[in-house]
Each structure stands twice: as structure tokens, then as C-alpha cells.
Write a protein that binds this ligand. Structure first.
Ligand code: PLP
Length: 405
């Protein structure tokens, strides 16, 4: 899954360019930087690789979501529909701009259920934010149709789907804007970093200013720039961009290995008839960072997880249903609206609404799902050994009628 697994001399070379010049900042200092503009070059490489018109690098995927929402004019009173299964960053970013997160059920794609989205639309809904979880995509045709019908913004959280596509288009470039995270464990890493991608010039210009204190970046003298609106500092550093520049040049290789290892593991698991797999709206577009598989019952799934743990091989197999960071069940801080600073009373009430909301449809999916992360460093032998171990555990558990009833 993550690019950090294949750290190489290419990353060292780009980093060394920056270390040699000592210009660690992306803006200015033209005379000292020996012609190296790592952030600018990475943005050009992103536009080229992913096929979007504009991209704005920032300091994290979370910052990219906050920046994109601000640039799209999402704020006070606006409702943003996002899934119950995602990383906490998705709702953090919504709350950070003062908007209301409206979490709805996922289906067997492990992403937004379009019917649940439709049912959640109110006159305050401004944006639908699908999250392409675990390398694969939401049903973008259905979501685009809903956005069109209700005149809503489509913002893709593609942080986990670097290199994935939907009907030939790269995930993250289909909506009004899309984001990637380049944190340490993502398919392509900068160490820390993120990007807003868009085909809309207005969204790009606003993202560019918002992530750098509102600078208009029009003149050669940074100190003389105007600030047409209030921004923040979500800048990426040249050191982080240098790592990303190396990683994007190697991304095709990462994805080739990922797809090969994914196919081999899936083949082994497919031999067990009781195992089914996540539905993928466009199978050719899976980035293949995880194999996500279902067992017939929650009890059987829990028993498999327990056995993986007992045998010391749970690492890399994610049971999101019981996970603190990725599923609403354990987000007590969200359900209790625990913040360090006061939220507006209306926002607080709407956030706390999630404490009693029915997520049984999501529970029914996630309680039976295990996602196995695909490593880029597996040898053929190791892969077969892992697959056979998991298969043996599943067979053992399924032979116990108590958990399959
Ligand atoms: C990683 C991730 C983010 C946030 O990225 P950071 O760079 O860690 O801030 C947002 N959404 C999803 C789905 C993620 O997996």
C-alpha cells in the first residue's frame, strides 16, 4: 500500500537538491534555490499525471479538505453529506469550516449509499462528499446525478484512492474538487502533505490564497502581495514536496506491484465459497491498496479476527467495525460534540444528532468486513503463506456452526 515501503535514491536525490540550497520554503528566495521549485514542479506533475487542470499542494490531506471546502464557499449553516465509514479527517474538516457534517450509511461498496444520500438531502444541503475508501470508488454516476438534480457541490475525498479511476477518469478529478493525502501511509507519500485538485480556475485561485494567509501571489515581492480574503497557513515545505516529486515518478511501478499482489491474494481467498468481496462500481479502476472481503455473519468475522490475533498475524488485516479512527461506532468525541472551543449552538446540536442516529445498515456491512492491506514488499512466497494462513483460519472458524448461524 504505502510508498514509504520502497524508499530509494530517487527520494534522496530530490531531498538533497533542497538540502544543498537550504531553501526549505516553496515561495520566494529565487536567487538561492539553484533553480529548484519542488512544490511547483510537483503541482505540474500532479496536473499531468492525474489529468486535472489545477492543483494546490498543502500541508496535509485534512488541510486539503478544509481548503477545498472554503474555496467552494462551504461554511456556516451548510450541510455536507459524508459517509459513516471514513477517516476522522473528513468530518474534522467539515466542522473546521463551520459547516454541518451529515453522516449517512455506506453500502457494500464501503462508500456512500446513493439512496441514503438522497434521503438526507434538505434545503441546507450544499455538498456531497464521497470518500473513496480503501483504494476503491463510490458510485460516481449516481452521486453526480443527485448533485445535478439538486444543484449540489461534489467534493471527492480521494485521500485513500491515489491511482484509482472511475470510467477512465482519475479519482479526485471528477467532482468540483478532489483531495489526496500524502501522509506517511498513503500510496504516494510526501512524509506529510496533501493536495486540492480541480478543473475550476476560481476554486484553484481561492485554494492558492487560502492556504497561504490569503496572499494573492500576483507580484514578485511577497511582502507587497495583497490579501483579498482571510486565509491560513497550510503550506507544504520544499522538503516534503521533494519526496512527493520522487514518489510520483515511481507511482506507476507502485501501482503495478500493488495490483499484482492484490490479484494473487484475492485468488487465494476466492477459493473459499463463503467469502464474498466488496462491490466495486468500476472494477478496472480499483487502485488495489486493500482486498476487502465479507464473511456470512458478524460472529464469524469477529471469530476470524480473534484467531488472526491469537496467531499473531492480525497486523495488516483491518476490522474497521471495531476501529477507533474509521467508523462512527467509536466516535464518541463526535457524538458528544467534544471540542476545545465553543461551537455555535445549532452546529453542536446537529453534530450531537449522530449519537442516536440509526446506522444499522452500515453496521450490517462493516461488522462482516475485513480489509487486508496490500504490501509492496511481499515476495511471492510470503504472499502465498499469508493467504493460506488467512484461508485456514476462515475454514476453521466456518466449521464451527455457532458462528455461522
Ligand atoms: C489520510 C486521510 C485523510 C487525511 O489525510 P492527512 O494527510 O493524514 O491529514 C483524509 N481522508 C481520508 C479518507 C484519509 O484516509
Amino acid at each position: 500500500m504505502p510508498g514509504f515501503e520502497l524508499w530509494s535514491d530517487v527520494e534522496r536525490k530530490h531531498l538533497n537538491d533542497v538540502v544543498q540550497s537550504g531553501v526549505l520554503m516553496r515561495y520566494g528566495f529565487d536567487g538561492n534555490r539553484n533553480g529548484h521549485w519542488k512544490a511547483k514542479e510537483l503541482e505540474a506533475a500532479i496536473n499531468n499525471y492525474y489529468g486535472c487542470k489545477y492543483s494546490q499542494l498543502v500541508s496535509s490531506g485534512t488541510a486539503a479538505l478544509s481548503t477545498a471546502m472554503s474555496a467552494l464557499g462551504i461554511g456556516y449553516g451548510d450541510e455536507v453529506i459524508c459517509p459513516s465509514f471514513t477517516f476522522v479527517a473528513s468530518f474534522e474538516a467539515i466542522v473546521s469550516v463551520g459547516a454541518v457534517p451529515v453522516l449517512v450509511d455506506v453500502d457494500d461498496t464501503l462508500t456512500l449509499d446513493p439512496a441514503a444520500v438522497k434521503a438526507a438531502i434538505t434545503p441546507k444541503t450544499k455538498c456531497i462528499m464521497p470518500v473513496h475508501m480503501c483504494g476503491s470508488m463510490a458510485d460516481m454516476d449516481a452521486l453526480q446525478a443527485i448533485c445535478k438534480e439538486h444543484n449540489l457541490i461534489l467534493l471527492e475525498d480521494a485521500c485513500q484512492a491515489i491511482g484509482g479511476t472511475y470510467k477512465g477518469k482519475k479519482l479526485g478529478t471528477i467532482g468540483d474538487a478532489g483531495t489526496f493525502s500524502f501522509d506517511y501511509v498513503k500510496t504516494m507519500t510526501c512524509g506529510e502533505g496533501g493536495v486540492v485538485m480541480t478543473n475550476r480556475e476560481d476554486v484553484y485561485i481561492s485554494s492558492d490564497g487560502y492556504s497561504d494567509h490569503g496572499h494573492d501571489h500576483l507580484g514578485a515581492d511577497r511582502g507587497a502581495d495583497l490579501h483579498p480574503f482571510i486565509g491560513y497557513n497550510f503550506r507544504i515545505s520544499e522538503l516534503h514536496a521533494a519526496v512527493g516529486l520522487a514518489q510520483i515518478s515511481r507511482l506507476d511501478d507502485f501501482l503495478t506491484i500493488q495490483k499484482r499482489n492484490h490479484a494473487a491474494l484475492k485468488t487465494i481467498l476466492s477459493q473459499i465459497p463463503e467469502i464474498s468481496f466488496r462491490r466495486i462500481p468500476d472494477a478496472d479502476g480499483d487502485s488495489c491498496s486493500f482486498v476487502c472481503w465479507f464473511l456470512p455473519t458478524a460472529a464469524a468475522t469477529q471469530a476470524v479476527v480473534d484467531e488472526l490475533k491469537a496467531q499473531g498475524i492480525l497486523a495488516g488485516n483491518f476490522y474497521w467495525f471495531n476501529n477507533n479512527w474509521h467508523y462512527i461506532r467509536k466516535w464518541d468525541h463526535l457524538k458528544n460534540a467534544v471540542t476545545l472551543n465553543a461551537l455555535s449552538p445549532e452546529l453542536k446540536e446537529k453534530v450531537m444528532y449522530h449519537a442516536n442516529k440509526d446506522f444499522s445498515a452500515s453496521d450490517a456491512i462493516l461488522s462482516r468486513c475485513i480489509c487486508t492491506a496490500i504490501s509492496l514488499t511481499w515476495t511471492d512466497e510470503l504472499l502465498k503463506e499469508k493467504g493460506d494462513q488467512i484461508a485456514a483460519i476462515v475454514k476453521k472458524v466456518l466449521s464451527n456452526v455457532a458462528v455461522t448461524a
